[in-house]
Design a protein around this ligand. Sequence first.
Ligand SMILES: [Zn+2]
Length: 66
Amino acid sequence: MGDAHYTGECFVFDYRTALNPQLEAMETTQCFACRAVVTPREQLPAQYVYEVSCPHCYNNDNLAAD
Ligand SMILES: [Zn+2]
């Protein structure tokens, strides 16, 4: 009984990991520059730099200059 349950748990874990390995490791956060909510998916592009910029304000030169 216990063995079958363990196998089931294992399958669910592997399935989710295969779906989005990076998203599982990251959390929704807030951009230090523009205060926009940055989802894990939005943290993947190069425009997102921790405490510097995010895809929402990356093209805003005023925020970057200040
Ligand atoms: Zn931003």
